[in-house]
Write a protein that binds this ligand. Structure first.
Ligand SMILES: [Ca+2]
Ligand SMILES: [Ca+2]
Ligand SMILES: [Ca+2]
Length: 385
């Protein structure tokens, strides 16, 4: 009893002595988790061991491998089954005839598809920066990793640094992969089992934009699961907009289920998510929306920074939604994405300072986030927590 009282007193003193402390706001009372989104793609090509290492050096809790599969059934790490945007495959004449048209979640795309390449062929490719406005000087240097290589990296870095670095794999396009006869889930489970990661306390969180595969995984593993919640955009007034292919989980589309991503973050939707997942990860504007303004009443949104183009800098924050509160009440933790430091991606309120955006979200009690610039996320967290 005495010990309990002492601990309570110590906690109270800590709260009083540090007004910035907001530990009570997250679901578990701990500081929010920072995940290196696809590694550290603000600096290095996404989904490379080099990018993951940079994120780990920056102090992240988790690194994020997005998962697709090769022709010979190996889970590799890419944001899409498409290879054109993030590798140098277009520079390989031997693969020119592999560029094909295929339907991905109802949308026809022409590209090179990972499932048409063996792992040995994938290993002849090199990663490139996906975003044209970011540093291209590391293109052509780094290999495409397998899931196993990412697991091995997380374990080695955890041992070397004396702190736990987890992995936050995303099953990409589960319905597409299942329809190809190459489902991802059992191979992921096998790899996690071999790593000894099968429990809620394991340093693993699995995420997906689809629902069915998470329900399947819920029946097969105890590791934490997260429902991603997508959208197409945000309208002038700050309302979420939906459009194919970002209106519904694709397994809902196939099943004829009419519910949209917006429906997933209603109280009823969150209660349903709680039946198969531990957390929900909505796109940032589901939590903190922004709107355009028309102060000069010309019927057009104002170019707030006067640079002649419209971007995030020409939006202002509006009232946060109840999504964090509602999710916490449903017993779900809330992770959000994607935090990026480029000033044109920051609402005018943030005044070109990414740390201001992190502070808003940390103060709203989010339990974790995905950042392209993990050092900025970690630094801002240490200011808030
Ligand atoms: Ca992802
Ligand atoms: Ca105007
Ligand atoms: Ca502008």
């Amino acid at each position: 009893m005495t010990r309990t009282i002492l601990m309570v007193c110590a906690a109270a003193v800590a709260l009083i002595s540090d007004p910035a402390m907001a530990l009570e706001k997250t679901l578990d009372g701990k500081p929010p988790l920072v995940t290196g989104h696809r590694g550290a793609p603000g600096y290095l090509p996404e989904h490379t061991l080099e990018g993951y290492r940079l994120a780990i050096e920056a102090g992240v809790d988790f690194i994020e491998p997005d998962l697709v599969i090769t022709k010979d059934g190996v889970l590799i790490v890419r944001h899409e089954p498409l290879l054109g945007g993030t590798t140098d495959v277009a520079d390989h004449p031997e693969f020119a005839d592999r560029k094909v048209k295929r339907t991905l979640d109802g949308v026809e795309v022409e590209d090179w598809f990972a499932g048409d390449f063996t792992l040995a062929e994938i290993k002849t490719l090199k990663a490139k920066q996906a975003m044209a406005d970011r540093d291209q000087s590391h293109n052509g240097k780094y290999a495409i990793p397998t899931l196993q290589e990412v697991i091995d990296l997380a374990k080695a870095e955890s041992a070397a640094r004396g702190r736990v670095i987890g992995i936050y794999p995303e099953t990409k396009h589960p319905t597409y992969h299942a329809q190809l006869g190459m489902p991802l889930e059992d191979k992921l489970l096998d790899a996690l089992k071999a790593a000894g990661w099968t429990e809620k306390t394991s340093p693993v969180i699995i995420q997906s934009f689809e629902v069915g595969n998470l329900k399947y995984l819920h029946g097969k593993t105890n590791v934490r699961l997260v429902q991603l919640v997508d959208a197409d955009g945000l309208d002038q007034d700050g309302n979420i907009t939906l459009a194919v292919p970002s209106a519904q989980p694709y397994d809902f589309v196939v099943a004829g289920d009419k519910r949209t991503y917006k429906d997933l973050v209603t109280k009823a939707g969150l209660a349903e998510i709680k039946t198969y997942a531990d957390g929900v990860a909505p796109w940032k504007p589901y939590i903190q929306p922004s709107k355009q303004v028309d102060a000069n009443n010309d019927g057009k949104p104002d170019d707030l920074n006067g640079d002649g183009k419209m971007d995030e800098r020409d939006r202002v924050l509006i009232e946060p939604t109840a999504v964090v509160k509602d999710a916490h009440e449903a017993g779900l933790f809330v992770h959000s994405w994607t935090f990026r430091s480029e000033s044109y991606r920051l609402a005018s309120d943030y005044k070109n300072d990414p740390s201001a955006e992190y502070k808003v979200f940390y103060d709203l009690g989010i339990d974790g986030l995905f950042s392209d610039f993990p050092d900025a996320a970690v630094k801002a967290r240490s200011a808030s927590y």
